[in-house]
Design a protein around this ligand. Structure first.
Ligand code: GN1
Ligand code: MG
Length: 369
C-alpha cells in the first residue's frame, strides 16, 4: 500500500470511535467501486481489526441516504437475530463503527466519505464457488437476508441508485453508447453488440410484472455476488452477507439472478477462456435449494417460476453494463487492463448462452421443487 494511503488512513482512523493505535493496514482488492482497507489496531494490548472504506461518491451520489439505509438494515437484522436467539451475532450482522461525534460516516475536508465496520474474524469470501455446498450456502444466506427484512416497510429505505436493475433503461444507455461511440470502440465490440441487440426482447418482462403488481417490490440486497457472502473458515457456513450499499426496494428475482450469475460457473467474471464459462446444473440445483430453504415461505408462484429466467436476465444486464462502460471509456467499473470491461461483457454473454441452452432443464427443476 502506498505510504500516503497509510498516513491518510491514520488520519481517517482517528475520526472513529476506535480506542487504539493503528499498527498497519492493507488494501482489500475486492469490488469494482469503493476502496476498502483492513486495519489492525492495538487495543489495550490486544490486536483488533477494522474495515475502513472510502465510498465512491461518483456512484453513490447521496452518501447520507446510503448510510441511513445501512444503519436501518444492520440494526433491524441484529434485532431480528437477537429475537431468534442466534449465536455469534457479531459475526452474523455487520457493525458500523460511528465517528467520534456519533455520525455513521466521516466526511474529510477534501469531501471524501469514509465509514468503518468491525472486521468479521474467522470468515472468508471467494471469487468463485468451489463446491455445491457453497452454492447452497450463498442461496440460503441471501434468502435469509431478504427474509429478515421482510417486515421492514419498503418506504423506510431510500432508492440510493434509482433504476439500478431497470433493464430497459440499461438497454437504452447501451444503445446510446453505441450511437455516440465517443471512444471509437464500437468496431472492437461488434460481436458483443449484436449479441446484446438480439436479446432486447427479454428486458421488459420483469419490469412489466412489477408494474402490474404480479411481482411484489421487496427490500432486496441488489448486489448478491458470491464474494459478498462471508463463509465460516472452519465449517463453511455462510455467516453474513456484506456490501449493503445497494440494499433498497427491488425484486427478489434480481437477487436470485445475480446469484446464478456468480455461483454457477467455475470461472471468474472476467475469464478470457470462454470454453470454461458455463452454467452448471448441480450448482444451480444447490443454489436454488438453499435459496428456497429460506425464501420459499414468502416467494409468490410468479416469482418462483421466474427464477431461471432471472439468472439469464441479470447476467445479460451485467453484460450490457460492462459493454456500455467499455464503449463509454471505462468510467464506472474499475478496470485493471485495456479491454477489461469488454472481456467482462463477453464472459457474461457466454454465460447467458449457456443458461439459454439449459433453461428448460432449469425450469423443470424449479417447477418440481
Ligand atoms: C459492482 O463493486 P462491487 O463489485 O461490489 C456493482 C454491481 C455489479 C458488480 C459486478 C454499485 O459491485 O452492481 O454487479 O460490480 N456495484 C454497483 O461485479 O454498481
Ligand atoms: Mg457492491
Amino acid at each position: 500500500m502506498a505510504i500516503y494511503q497509510e498516513r491518510q488512513l491514520q488520519e481517517v482512523s482517528r475520526q472513529f470511535q476506535i480506542y487504539g493505535q493503528i499498527l498497519h493496514a492493507e488494501t482489500c482488492k475486492i469490488g469494482h467501486i469503493n476502496e476498502t482497507y483492513s486495519a489492525t489496531y492495538n487495543q489495550g494490548g490486544t490486536r483488533v481489526r477494522y474495515i475502513h472504506q472510502k465510498l465512491n461518491t461518483g456512484v453513490f451520489k447521496d452518501p447520507a441516504s446510503v448510510m441511513d439505509n445501512v444503519m436501518r438494515v444492520t440494526t433491524h437484522v441484529r434485532e431480528k437475530l437477537e429475537a431468534r436467539g442466534s449465536s455469534d451475532i457479531t459475526r452474523r450482522a455487520l457493525i458500523v463503527v460511528p465517528t467520534r461525534n456519533g455520525h455513521p460516516y466521516y466526511q474529510s475536508s477534501a469531501g471524501e466519505i469514509w465509514r468503518t465496520f468491525v472486521f468479521l474474524e474467522g470468515v472468508q469470501s471467494f471469487e468463485s464457488v468451489q463446491t455445491p455446498e457453497q452454492a447452497f450456502e450463498a442461496g440460503r444466506a441471501f434468502g435469509d437476508f431478504q427474509n429478515l427484512l421482510v417486515d421492514l416497510p419498503a418506504g423506510s429505505l431510500t432508492e440510493t441508485i434509482p433504476d439500478f436493475h431497470n433493464t430497459r433503461k440499461r438497454f437504452a444507455a447501451f444503445q446510446q453508447a453505441v450511437a455516440a461511440d465517443r471512444f471509437d470502440r464500437v468496431r472492437q465490440a461488434r460481436g458483443e453488440i449484436s449479441r446484446a441487440m438480439a436479446r432486447e426482447g427479454i428486458v421488459d418482462i420483469v419490469l412489466k410484472e412489477m408494474a402490474a403488481g404480479t411481482i411484489p417490490t421487496r427490500i432486496t440486497h441488489n448486489d448478491t455476488k458470491f464474494n459478498n457472502v462471508m463463509l465460516d473458515g472452519e465449517t463453511g457456513e455462510a455467516m453474513c452477507v456484506v456490501d449493503l450499499d445497494t440494499v433498497m426496494p427491488g425484486s427478489a428475482l434480481y437477487d436470485f439472478g445475480d446469484m446464478v450469475r456468480t455461483t454457477t460457473s467455475p470461472t471468474l467474471e472476467d475469464e478470457t477462456d470462454l470454453t470454461k464459462v458455463e452454467m452448471r446444473m448441480p450448482m444451480f440445483r444447490k443454489l436454488t435449494e438453499g435459496y428456497c430453504s429460506t425464501a420459499g415461505e414468502f416467494l409468490t408462484q410468479t416469482e418462483r417460476s421466474l427464477l431461471p429466467f432471472a439468472g439469464k436476465l441479470i447476467t445479460f444486464e451485467l453484460g450490457l453494463r460492462f459493454l456500455t462502460d467499455f464503449l463509454s471509456g471505462d468510467t464506472y467499473f474499475r478496470v485493471h487492463r485495456p479491454g477489461h470491461n469488454l472481456d467482462r461483457a463477453r464472459t457474461q454473454f457466454k454465460l447467458v448462452e449457456s443458461i439459454e441452452q439449459q433453461e428448460s432443464e432449469m425450469q423443470k427443476f424449479v417447477d418440481q421443487l
